[in-house]
Design a protein around this ligand. Sequence first.
Ligand SMILES: [Zn+2]
Length: 231
Amino acid sequence: MRIEHALLASSPKSPSIMSMAPETKPQSKLTTDKDGVQQERRVVRASQCHAGGQGGYTDVMVALGITQSREAQGLSLLYAKFNKDKSEREKAIERLAQHAIKQAPKLVGKAAGRQMARCMVLLSKLAVDDFCRTADIERARCRCGGSGKVYDIAATKAGGKAVEKTCSRCHGTGLKPTTTAPAYKVVKGLLPDLSQPTWNRNWQRFYQMLISKCYQDAEAAERVLSRVTSN
Ligand SMILES: [Zn+2]
């Protein structure tokens, strides 16, 4: 079972679940565009989970309970990303900040001084939000429109019909590549003496590591969930 479907099935508050009821299904052209279609497909699968049988509602809740006990951070991150769950986002930020305080390089701690805790919370917030970006958010979309695909002009010309290839800017994720510039700006707000070279040398990599940690934790949670739902 894909984790998003389990998450949707377990969250009756989710707006996607609300739109499952046929009478509330929007009839606008939104449902016919690409994102709309994707959204609808997810909802259908969630409703199949809900209907019982393999991956029934109770099974989903049990599987999520096990995942929660083993990979709480990863599960919070997935709820924050796919269900846009605000309280799980807060929990994920808090746990990541605790990890950051423990793991920060000495030079980072030295530069941050008494602002250390605040700096780590801010970086964790930005890292979690970076992880939570999805291509259905307009400002997060790559120039390929969030599809992760572009026309292969040469192949299209040669073959006489439209050929697509993976977008080289986003490598198929559909997301705009990000820089660490906003994180530097935020930390500099707290530590006015922090220079760009110092950021580049001591902070940047640490910040990128916090983002990677989010991906690793989320993958670990997905692995547990797929193991417990596979039999
Ligand atoms: Zn792209």
